[in-house]
Write a protein that binds this ligand. Sequence first.
Ligand code: FAD
Length: 369
Amino acid sequence: MAFNSADIGAFKNVWVFCEQRQGKMMPTTFELISEGRKLADELGVELCGILLGDNVDAIAPELGNYGADKVYVYNSPLLKDYTTDAYTKVISEAVEEIKPEILLFGASNIGRDLAPRCAARLHTGLCADCTHLDIDMPIYKNFLKEASTLPAERIEKLGTVKINGADHDVSRDIKMTRPAFGGHLMASIFCPRFRPAMATVRPGVMKKRECKKNVEILHPAFNLTEADIKTEVVEVVKAAKKLVDLIGADFIVSVGRGISKDVEGGIKLAEELAEVLGGVVGSSRACVDAGWITADHQVGQTGKTVHPKVYIALGISGAIQHKAGMQDSECIIAVNKNDTAPIFEVADYGIVGDLFKVVPELIESIKAA
Ligand code: FAD
């Protein structure tokens, strides 16, 4: 079913797809609920979670701790394991029935698979991999002025414009921001003609904020049979090695290509420094591409977005794609032998020098303190 502009006034409330695995809510869900609360408050509407699984009622109230007003729960043994067919069907039909105006997914493996399917099924737009979400009328008006055939005075004068003959309140459009052209510019994307406006949001970008609500748990009727599911989950294989938890870490010591003259020694120094601080080791993409460290350590646009208390960058130049993942850290310390390295532009403390000399001294002084 396609919703065109004539229908968009019927859509209300902000929805968040609440990703759970084996009955445990994924951290991104709480980040999105907090962000969804902000948007819902700006629009003066309700924030609702949509939670799919098998017997997942027990975890639904957790969403009330971060600001959800309602949770729509869909329980079925057919939803126990994630399958694209089943989840797409249930979510798309729920959207057609209840009509949220905004629908957010985490840009996790599941979110990246599910959101485009739902968007295609619902004939609406999807902005993938967002780093910022806003309700921003002035920018939207400028956008309309430039991109639309509507007369400028109409856009200026009215909070409502006509799109395909229907009234549309421009102040209610979500501005979705995401990196474009390899991270060299940030693009603002609007979805004025279709509903819901859909976005996937990078894990770790939005901050989780507590906000207690008396959450209402609802169980709408739905239709799902085995015939709707064309795939079968045969086995779930856990990663053999425990992946590094960059997103939850307070201290991150990241290495860059600056360790190239002694890769093993450089990583060992970073591990020692991380250990004395009680932190973990991150890296730039250069080290991952060179095969020096595994991809779960990568910070940046195509890696993880982190905001630890302290981020230490060792031999990292500070390319825009790296900064995109760490510049919101509370305190940034950079060690680089080139005093013009761009990493110093975002660093709170900079040490110009050879990391192989500086880091052992840092470790010693922390141990002595
Ligand atoms: P370099 O840029 O080579 O910098 C090495 C630094 O080490 C230099 O500043 C040098 O002065 C310093 N140095 C050398 N020796 C020493 C020493 N002994 N002591 C101290 N300092 C020393 N990059 C990411 O990191 N994360 C991403 O997610 C990411 N995504 C990308 C996505 C796209 C689409 C593209 C196009 C690129 C992406 N990149 C990403 C790559 C990015 O553009 C840079 O190439 C990369 O970040 C550079 O890594 P680096 O800083 O380790 O290496």
